[in-house]
Design a binder for this molecule. Sequence first.
Ligand SMILES: [Zn+2]
Ligand SMILES: [Zn+2]
Length: 300
Amino acid sequence: MEAGAGWRAGPGAPGDGRRLYHNRGIRLAQVAPFAELPAGNTITGMQVISLQSGSNGNCIYVEAGGVRLLFDAGISGRQAQLRLAARGRDIADVDALLISHDHSDHARCAGVFQRKFGLPVYATQRTIQAAGAYGGLGAMTDVRCFEAGGGLLFGGVVVETIPTPHDGVDGVAFVVDDGCRRLGILTDLGHVFDRLTPLIQSLDAVVLESNYDPVMLARGTYPEPLKQRIRGPRGHLSNSESAELLCRAASGRLRWACLAHLSAENNTPQTALACHQSVLGSRLPLHVASRYEPSEVLEL
Ligand SMILES: [Zn+2]
Ligand SMILES: [Zn+2]
C-alpha cells in the first residue's frame, strides 16, 4: 500500500522481521512489548464494556491479563474517553486499537484514536486501505497490519481474528483468549456461517450481533435495496438467527451473551430480548448493548 491514502504501515507490518509464533494452529505475531505481570499480581478475570453498539458507531473495551484493548473506533475520541472514565477507566491506559472492518461505524475515528491517544492501530491492510479511501482517517503513523484469520499476541492475551462473509472488504470478528477465558466479539457477520457454531461452543461469553426484527425491517421505511442488503448473505443477523445460533451453540461454559449492533429503525432492545428469551428460555443471562450509552462492566 502506498502512502496516498494518508497512512503508512507501522512497525508491525508484514515483512518487518517481527517474530512469529505458532500456537494451537494460529499464526501469531508478537506485536507489542508488554511487560510481564509482576509477581503476586492479582488481576483476575476479564472485563468488558460496550461503549456504543450499532450502525451509529461501535467501540468495545476489553481488559484481560493486564492488557487493555479497544475494538473498533466508530465513536469520537472524546466520547470513548468520557465513557471509559464513567466506568473508572483511563483511555491513556489502553494498549491498542483493533479494527474489525472498513465500514465507517467501526473505523471512522481510528485516525483520531491513534493521534489523540497514541494507540497503535491493528487492521488488515485492505481494511485500512478501504477505510482510508472513504476519507477522514487522516495521517496515521502507527498502523500494524495483520492477515484475516491470524492471531495477535498481546502479553499473555491472544486475539484470534475470524474472517466473516459481511460486505466489508476484509472483515473479521474477534475472540479474546487470556488462557483461561474466551470472549467472542461477533458482529457484522453477514450470515450464520459454518464456523460460528464451534466457535461459540468454545466461548465463556459472547457479544453477538442481533441486528433486526424481520417484520420491522419488512414494514419499515428503508429502501428495498437496503432491506435486501441487510437480510442478504453479506448483511446482518436477525434476532431469530442470532437466538437460534446461540441456542444451538451455547455450551455449558457460556456465562452470558450481550446482544449487539441493534438497528434503531428495525429493532428495539425489548424486541431483541423477547426473541432471544423465547428461543433460549432462561438458560443464559442476556445483556443488550446500547446504541447510546456505555454498558455496565461485564465480567467473566
Ligand atoms: Zn457495523
Ligand atoms: Zn459493517
